[in-house]
Design a protein around this ligand. Structure first.
Ligand code: TYM
Length: 329
């Protein structure tokens, strides 16, 4: 049986990118594989969140995971910082990772550009901690969005490097996973790059119908189809990408045909898009609040998941420690 693992940082509410990039694929896989899903609270520390917000950020993400369909009876749900073996493996993998390799990653370069005053070592070694998350459970498949592809490459590199250096076969080489085969990049509504928590261009699972409709109706468009054979603008491509994720293929085709013959009205396209987004997210929204307020249930889920995750990580670390040469006196 395959082992599947994924995680999301505990920084704010989950948006459509998180849901369609990672969560939904995972929720589907949990019926057929051994599944771990966790909250990356250590990773969130790279941006120095306030201590008083820390726990509620974790609780929000856990409630949103459960509301999105992660089933604690099928999957192991846990918080990264409560499995200390991750930190031990992180230290060991750091010894096998070269500064230049980390400096070259696109996510690091982006962060340096956006926040030159906070280029901490945790940011540089972010992919190593991520590799430790994955390898400590010897995962085969990692449901993630397109932006994580390079991190998965580093994870595979470190798995190979460890196995080769110590002449063992402890780690499998994990693959980024998506049901629809291609990794997705959910665009933002501002016509530019991807939907993100810090970009302010997102639709969140907790948004109500009015908010979603307002955000979609305000999405950036162009002045109209440029005519047959002309390339589609980035703004409209983004709306079609979102539509293809949330709507039926026939609906997408209908608007595509209208675009091609120049009769499309962007207002109609947006109205449809908002409706179809709501179909996915409103049932989730309805569950989030109820779960968030059920402390006994959340404690049950986390106690169970922590135990399972620690036991899985302990088993890997026994093999790792033996490979490295640690011995008890
Ligand atoms: P985070 O919180 O930035 O993103 C969590 C997941 O959401 C996906 N995602 C997107 N997918 C498609 N389109 C988007 N616009 C979009 N925005 C976010 C991300 O690809 C990711 O799958 N480093 C991870 C957290 C992590 C992790 C791990 C994941 C830490 N350790 C081990 C898997 C395995 C991250 O980017 O979190």
């Amino acid at each position: 049986m395959k082992t599947v693992l994924s995680g999301i940082r505990s920084t704010g509410h989950l948006h459509l990118g998180n849901y369609f990039g990672a969560l939904r694929n995972f929720a589907q896989l949990q019926h057929q594989a051994k599944c771990f899903f966790f909250i990356a609270d250590l990773h969130s520390l790279t941006t120095h969140p306030k201590a008083e917000d820390f726990h509620s950020n974790v609780k929000i993400i856990l409630s949103e995971y459960l509301a999105s369909g992660l089933d604690p009876e099928k999957s192991t749900l846990f918080v990264q910082s409560s499995v200390p073996q991750v930190c031990e493996l992180y230290v060991l993998l750091n010894m096998l990772t070269y500064k230049g390799e980390l400096e070259r990653t696109a996510s690091f370069k982006d962060k340096v550009r956006l926040n030159p005053q906070n280029v901490n070592a945790g940011l540089l070694t972010y992919p190593v901690l991520m590799a430790a998350d994955i390898l400590v459970h010897r995962a085969d498949w990692v449901p993630v969005g397109k932006d994580q592809e390079q991190h998965l490459e580093i994870t595979r590199l470190l798995a190979r490097r460890f196995n080769k250096l110590y002449n063992v076969a402890v780690f499998p080489e994990p693959e980024a996973y998506n049901f629809g085969s291609n990794l997705v990049k959910i665009p933002g509504l501002d016509g530019s790059g991807k939907m993100g928590k810090s970009e302010g261009n997102g639709i969140y699972l907790i948004d109500d119908q009015k908010t979603i409709t307002k955000k979609v109706m305000r999405a950036v468009t162009d002045s109209g189809p440029a005519g047959k054979g002309s390339p589609m603008s980035q703004e409209i491509t983004n709306l079609f990408t979102l539509l293809s994720v949330v709507s039926e293929p026939a609906v997408v085709q209908h608007f595509r045909d209208q675009y091609d013959n120049g009769t499309i009205r962007y207002g109609d396209l947006k109205k449809q898009l908002a409706e179809d987004i709501c179909k996915h997210t409103l049932p989730i929204k309805a569950r989030i609040e109820e779960i968030y307020n059920d402390d006994a249930y959340l404690k049950y889920v986390i106690d169970k998941g922590t135990e399972e995750a620690r036991s899985s990580a302990r088993a890997t670390m026994e093999l790792v420690r033996e490979a490295v040469g640690f011995k008890v006196f």
